[in-house]
Write a protein that binds this ligand. Structure first.
Ligand SMILES: [Zn+2]
Ligand SMILES: [Zn+2]
Length: 282
């Protein structure tokens, strides 16, 4: 059984409207820890999620970009989204939890060192990795990106970083350089084929690569009926969580950090997020 951290902050928007209420029956487990911020009716047992200091942003993003985000109106939400990922990483390194699920208002993977877009403002995964390296001397990491779209920001930030394995499955052309791997998906893919691609292109590589943790940029926008529909069924995401949890067990003592990326439907969020957290918590 793993100790699972859930990192949540109150945010506007439709898709997470059922949370944290939809986590009922999970939060009272002894091996689940709930960290939150901004939520007006915080449960008594929760821990505070602290914001991240500005200097962490500047390690990854240019000051011009941070200023632009400040003017966008999304700054606070973006900051707490990234803060969840950073806080999860630090708690795993301190040995308080084994794995984590991060609720984000704004995603990660389209945010590069000097640009942002597509609903992403700061690259929380990159900020967390820089912090783990700085604070704990950590080295190698793996990121798998199963959002339907290409993680151009994550790719750019780590482009020449040989200690960072990044595997992205999307519609862009297949390529591989400096441990950055893009896998082109067919126009429509079934669950079985997708799982095979993940095993062949990520799980195998990650086991050899021996990262200290695996970050999973999890988007559900490729689900049937979503805006990035590539043909996946909803319940496939739960199966994928099991696969990546096993991969993390094998490669890095179970250190798996799941970062919510794309997806818009409230019903899918309400169904899938609790299921994935149940997988993480064993
Ligand atoms: Zn997407
Ligand atoms: Zn891609």
């Amino acid at each position: 059984m793993k100790r699972t951290g859930i990192f949540f902050h109150y945010q506007y928007g439709e898709r997470l409207r059922d949370f944290p209420r939809a986590l009922e029956g999970i939060l009272d487990k002894d091996n689940v820890f709930f960290y939150d911020a901004f939520y007006p009716a915080k449960p008594i047992s929760s821990f505070d999620l602290e914001p991240i200091p500005a200097e962490l942003l500047y390690r990854v993003h240019t000051s011009e970009m941070v200023e632009q985000v400040k003017r966008s109106g999304a700054f606070e939400g973006a900051l707490f989204s990234a803060a969840g990922t950073v806080a999860a990483a630090i708690r795993i390194w301190r040995g308080e939890i084994d794995n984590a699920f991060i609720f984000t208002g704004y995603g990660d993977h389209h945010a590069g060192s000097h640009f942002f877009g597509g609903g992403c403002y700061f690259n929380g995964t990159a900020i967390a990795i820089y912090e783990l390296r700085q604070r704990f001397g950590a080295g190698r990491f793996a990121i798998i990106d199963t959002d339907a779209h290409h993680g151009n920001g994550t790719w750019q930030i780590f482009e020449t970083d040989l200690d960072l394995l990044y595997v992205c499955l999307c519609s862009g052309p297949t390529s591989e350089k400096n441990n950055k791997v893009n896998i082109q998906l067919p126009w429509s893919v079934n669950d079985e084929e997708y799982l095979r691609l993940v095993r062949e292109n990520f799980v195998r590589r990650a086991t050899r690569f021996q990262p200290e943790a695996i970050f999973w940029n999890w988007g559900y926008d490729g689900t049937q009926g979503e805006y990035g529909d590539i043909g996946l069924t909803a319940d496939f995401h739960v199966q994928l969580a099991g696969e990546l949890k096993r991969a993390a067990d094998e490669a890095c003592r179970g250190r798996l950090i799941v970062v919510l990326c794309g997806g818009s439907r409230r019903d899918l969020a309400r169904h899938l997020i609790p299921e994935i957290i149940r997988v993480l918590a064993g």
